[in-house]
Design a protein around this ligand. Structure first.
Ligand code: ADP
Ligand code: ADP
Length: 226
């Protein structure tokens, strides 16, 4: 991210919010990076700009050497997971995971094989014929991760993926996310306001405050010099 900036202007009062202010950081590829900071500090805004769902006011976004700042979201090669899973309730788990491939017109047999591969990766292969409502929150979040990964994206973006889970499932799912990231080696950004969560899961932490990066470092470094 190079001088990435997002200013929201209120239509009525014309007052400005600098949600992300001149942010320049490098996310190491193949790592799990925790984007940590209090509510309202600009984490989601940063994530949505990386995903292409929000246009920056200024600055650039690179994936490796490629400038993706003006690229459409579906061309960026990202998988996105929200805090509320956002699964389709009327579809089976299988259909949910397969859905992104149908839009890409991937041949049926290949799509089925990929769906099974992802279901196994996240450990829900025996739940494929159920509907989301029949699964626990933790299982639903794993389905959302499988759906995000089925297109084999370069980058996985997780926006507070554990905050709707109870304490036990939160710990379990956190370990699962860590394992999935290690197994796939996918570059992952994990947004959270929970310091303990970020510390336990991240290879590296980007600490934000009021739209700016306060600190970048390993979990221990950030913990010792907050
Ligand atoms: P976080 O994810 O860290 O909680 P956000 O990125 O959601 O923070 O928000 C950062 C700041 O930008 C906050 O002050 C928030 O109110 C403001 N903001 C976010 N989205 C919008 C928007 N669509 N319109 C106006 N202000 C926004
Ligand atoms: P989070 O739980 O990730 O911090 P927020 O509550 O900050 O999420 O934001 C949720 C959604 O609402 C985001 O899409 C964000 O852009 C939007 N949003 C946040 N603050 C504002 C605001 N002041 N005005 C309009 N939209 C906002």
């Amino acid at each position: 991210l190079e001088n990435l900036t997002k200013v929201f202007t209120d239509a009525k009062s014309k007052s400005e919010t600098r949600a992300v202010d001149d942010m320049t950081i490098t996310i190491p590829s193949g790592k799990l990076v925790g984007l940590l900071g209090p509510s309202g500090c600009g984490k989601s805004t940063t994530l949505y700009m990386i995903a292409g769902l929000l246009n920056p006011t200024g600055g650039k976004i690179f994936f490796g050497e490629d400038d993706v700042t003006d690229l459409a979201p579906e061309k960026r090669g990202i998988g996105l997971v929200f805090q509320n899973y956002a699964l389709y309730p009327h579809m089976t788990i299988r259909q949910n995971i397969m859905f992104p491939l149908e839009n890409l017109k991937v041949p049926k047999e290949e799509a089925k094989a990929l769906t099974l591969e992802m279901a196994k990766l996240v450990g829900i292969e025996d739940q494929l014929d159920k509907k989301p409502g029949q699964l626990s929150g933790g299982q639903q979040q794993r389905v959302a991760i499988a759906r995000a990964l089925v297109k084999k994206p370069k980058v996985l973006l997780l926006d507070e993926p554990l905050s709707n889970l109870d304490a036990r499932l939160r710990l379990q799912t956190r370990e699962e996310i860590k394992r999935i990231q290690r197994e796939t080696g996918i570059t992952t950004i994990f947004v959270t306001h929970d310091q303990e969560e970020a510390m336990s899961i991240s290879d590296e932490i980007v600490l934000m405050e009021k739209g700016v990066v306060k600190q970048i470092g390993g979990p221990q470094e950030v913990y010792e010099n907050p």
